[in-house]
Write a protein that binds this ligand. Sequence first.
Ligand SMILES: [Zn+2]
Ligand SMILES: [Zn+2]
Length: 171
Amino acid sequence: MPVYIVCKQCKRRVPLAAKVRTQLPLVFSVKCPFCGFEGVYSPGDAFEEGVTRFECKSCGTRLFAVVESGCRVVECPICKSEYRVCAGGAVETMKLESYVPSAIVASALLGAIIGGATALGEKDRGKANALAKIVASGLMGFLVGTIIGLILESVIRVPEREVVYKGVQVS
Ligand SMILES: [Zn+2]
Ligand SMILES: [Zn+2]
């Protein structure tokens, strides 16, 4: 377990069931398995071991990898880009995947369809004129959709994600 606290009474390390400090609640109580002392702690009291944090170069997701010895090949859970992470914090890029956030694509397409459909529903349909209107409304919808998608993407973005570990640990 890479996250532990130091018992306030006997000063021994007590491992916690969390991979990183940010997964801990704001306040929590821990009963020391060595001396039985039950203390109240916060994430600031916890120590992390073997945790490497980095930002995915392709999709910008904040990632963490738990590598306590040697190096491991890991994958971004969002865009599947690959990195090699070593204990001590060295991060090497192995493979970058292109990434377009799905929320933006979905929202942009929806906007285009709604925009196009709105123009279709209009009463005065001079032929060329109507087509131009459909295209313009479609484009407008696409733009608005993209903006909504961007906003959605930034709102739903999770603060920190664990990488996917590939293959065995190499020392
Ligand atoms: Zn103790
Ligand atoms: Zn990524």
